[in-house]
Design a protein around this ligand. Structure first.
Ligand code: ASP
Ligand code: MG
Length: 419
């Protein structure tokens, strides 16, 4: 008998029929003799709908009240699943984050879990109940409801599994696991049997939405293997776990991407020490996060400064930068709000050379212009026009033979889709 934590995402509980299906799955696990703790997301589209309601009232809803509002989506699905289970004669009890004691810090809208109380859960499990916990939410020291950031139910599941020392943390979703790239963009993407924590973390931070980044961080910190699998189709899914020898042999592991990107470039900025800090200082004062940065000194007098950011902040940032350009006497400000970031990830890059040149060549062969590049030890990211994203992903995917995953063990790769 094992203790399982099973998380069901928004699409898995998106309709009453689907909730019935999830109930059957839970009952199946129970009948196999397992103790089951279920974490649910809000019904598909519900969190977006709630956010929209608040934003219709004001562009910046009060964070405390925002959390009170958006946490309700999960409360609906946990109760419905519990009702469905009880109607099928399966004893079940649902709890919100506040009721269970998912203790977080004060950072409303993107809180971090500090501690998880398990006494109520353990008591109910001992009495034979299936426990259903609302994902995505917790409570701070003041007793206020907090939420964990979009996709935060994954993190609830991992935190619970770690606190309960569960035998397995299963993340049920609407795809069969983690793929070499998003199968919705590229049908030839391959399912990965395994992926390392480090690569998965990189993939999640680069736009793969299959697992929330913090959940991967937490799983890796607790050495807790996580299995991503489909609610609707039987299969082994993908095990997210420690990097092993097989994974280390891979040249690259997968392609992540994010669409909602933008670039802003200042050129002909009079060169002076500290100019970069001045530019970015103004941007960060407005609480705008930037991603890639490139700076190039054209001659002794002038420098060009380019950076990327999330598209939603483009208009606001462009205004700030235009203002600054006037102040600094820069020659021009240009921007592009139709770019996407394509990233190639793999721990094999540490020990193999030529990955970047193969990637750039593959993009060049299909006439895609790279507008900006950043690299780290295990990833290479490029900014390209969004309209070329699919073509670019395909070119790189093919160049590294990710579509032949498993056929050439030294080339096999990994990763991710948006869910
Ligand atoms: N319902 C929340 C969201 O849509 C949390 C989650 O689904 O994990 O972001
Ligand atoms: Mg999710």
């Amino acid at each position: 008998m094992a203790l399982l934590v099973q998380k069901y995402g928004g699409s898995s509980v998106g309709t009453l029929d689907r909730i019935q299906h999830v109930a059957e799955r839970v009952i199946q696990a129970k009948q196999q003799g397992h103790d089951v703790v279920v974490v649910v997301s809000a019904m598909q589209g519900e969190t977006d709908r709630l956010i929209q309601l608040a934003e219709n009232l004001t562009a910046e809803p009060h964070p405390r009240e925002y959390d009170v509002l958006v946490s309700t989506g999960e409360q609906v699905s946990m109760a419905l699943l519990s009702i469905a289970l009880a109607a099928k004669n399966c004893k079940a009890r649902s709890y919100t984050g506040l009721q269970t004691g998912i203790l977080t810090d004060d950072a409303h809208m993107h809180a971090r879990i500090l501690d998880v109380r398990t006494d109520t859960i353990r008591r109910d499990l001992a009495e034979g109940y299936v426990i259903i916990i609302a994902g995505f939410q917790g409570v701070n020291a003041l007793g206020d409801i907090t939420t964990l950031g979009r996709g935060g139910s994954d993190t609830t599941a991992v935190a619970l599994a770690a606190a309960l020392k569960a035998d397995e943390c299963q993340i049920y979703t609407d795809v069969e696991g983690v793929y070499t790239t998003d199968p919705r963009l590229l049908p030839e993407a391959r399912l990965l049997p395994q992926i390392g924590f480090e690569e998965m973390l990189e993939m999640s931070s680069l736009g793969a939405k299959v697992l929330q980044m913090h959940s991967v961080e937490l799983a890796s910190k607790h050495n807790l293997p996580v299995r991503v699998l489909s609610t609707f189709k039987e299969g082994p899914g993908t095990l997210v776990t420690f990097d092993d020898k097989v994974m280390q042999k891979r040249l690259v592991s997968g392609i992540a991407f994010s669409r909602e990107e933008a670039i802003i470039a200042l050129s002909g900025v009079p060169n002076q020490a500290g100019i970069e800090g001045k530019i970015l200082g103004k941007v960060s004062d407005a609480h705008i996060e930037i991603d890639m940065i490139a700076q190039y000194t054209t001659d002794k007098e002038n420098t060009d400064f380019t950076f990327t950011l999330q598209r939603k902040n483009y208009a606001k940032t462009l205004k700030i930068v235009e203002h600054l350009a006037q102040e600094l006497g820069a020659v021009s400000v240009t921007g592009n709000e139709n770019v996407a970031k394509l990233s190639l990830v793999g721990i094999g890059m540490r020990s193999h050379s030529g990955v970047a040149s193969t990637m750039f060549q593959a993009l060049g062969d299909v006439d895609i212009h790279i507008q900006m590049i950043t690299t780290s030890e295990i990833k290479i990211s490029v900014m390209i026009n969004e309209e070329h994203l699919e073509q670019g992903v395909r070119a790189v995917h093919t160049a590294f033979e990710l579509d032949k995953l498993g056929e050439h063990p030294q080339h096999i790769g990994v990763v991710a889709q948006s869910v």
